[in-house]
Design a protein around this ligand. Sequence first.
Ligand code: PMP
Length: 408
Amino acid sequence: VFTADVVPQAPEDPLFGLMAAYHRDSSNLKVDLGIGAYRDDQAKPWILPVIKKADERVRNDPNFNHEYLPIAGLSEYCLAAQRLVLGTESPAIKENRVCTFQTISGTGAVHLGALFLSKFHPNQSHTKVYVSNPTWVNHHQIFGNVGWPIAIYPYFSTESKGLDIDGFLGTLKTAPEGSIILLHACAHNPTGVDPTQEQWKQIAAVIIERRHFPFFDTAYQGFASGDLARDGWAIRYFVELGLELCIAQSFAKNFGLYGQRVGAFHFVSAPGAEATGTNRRIFSQLAILQRSEISNPPAYGARIANVVLNDPELFAQWEDDLRTMSGRISDMRKGLRKRLEARGTPGKWNHITDQIGMFSFTGLTEPQVQILREKWHIYMIKNGRISLAGLNSRNLDYVAEAFDDAIR
Ligand code: PMP
């Protein structure tokens, strides 16, 4: 029998504990480097100016209402999300090979994909999902929840604080044929380390050779480099090669629509005469899964995103806003590196600016992280990951001084 007594206490989420400790700290020097959302130079959440405009337009639309969306979501939004991730000229779009469902942000998209693969994979118990070491911790939970055995591929080199490409390729080569390979499209979380285009080509070649199935997670398109096409390059390249793959897309970071839960899941099938029929089959099954999981996706945030994605003027303004965010993050990277090098802080600091996106694996050790927290009121995860969004022009000097002290 089931009773509440059989439910054990779960371990505390490390980020949750960190945030609670940060909020309890009454020091006015405290710095939050654990934060997973963009902050402006005043350390405040930032509503993108383009989102304010689009929101007004949605609200003032005389036809606005709170009806349900279709099961697959807002259709113009889904088509715009496809064009954004794959490029307007994508052969996959032209050949009707992309099946898209609006999802509960990126998390929901990863889940829908994991669930879909678990339902239709002919041999789930003997197939593993390979994730990078390390990866966004939720990947383990989401795939695990729907029965996927998980394996890891080497990714971060503690020595260079860059990509361990040899380890990565080596594991792809020895993984059983037909494994599922989870890839971060850009701005890898938590390391900030991305493959170069040359390295992506090597990765794709092994994936083709070993007939692995690529599953892209894209949560930072445009937020990483400020350039939507550049951040979408790897996915577009894989699609150009004719690979069958799926994509979990989040608009949380790049639109700053975190709590609105705006995302999409795309299944891109291989080129071929049967493409339209394949797409119809995939759609029919995803519709059943979506119906049983969420019935239909949340409407408001998707309507806002839809306005921006489909209005050329607002789209151009969005690109400006993306450059504002990625530019500030990049300035913080440069500022931190410059200050540490100026102090002669032991170690090399080029990785701070080589890495990209919201996060950086600093190389700080657990005891150093502890010193930063106890002596300096600076909060970050034990693995030494910092969120660059927590830095600003007022705390950069202080943070650099504290890092220097903790490292010495
Ligand atoms: N994937 C990765 C790698 C992420 O970093 C995030 C955001 N933390 C997500 C997916 C999804 O987040 P959300 O559900 O808020 O879109």
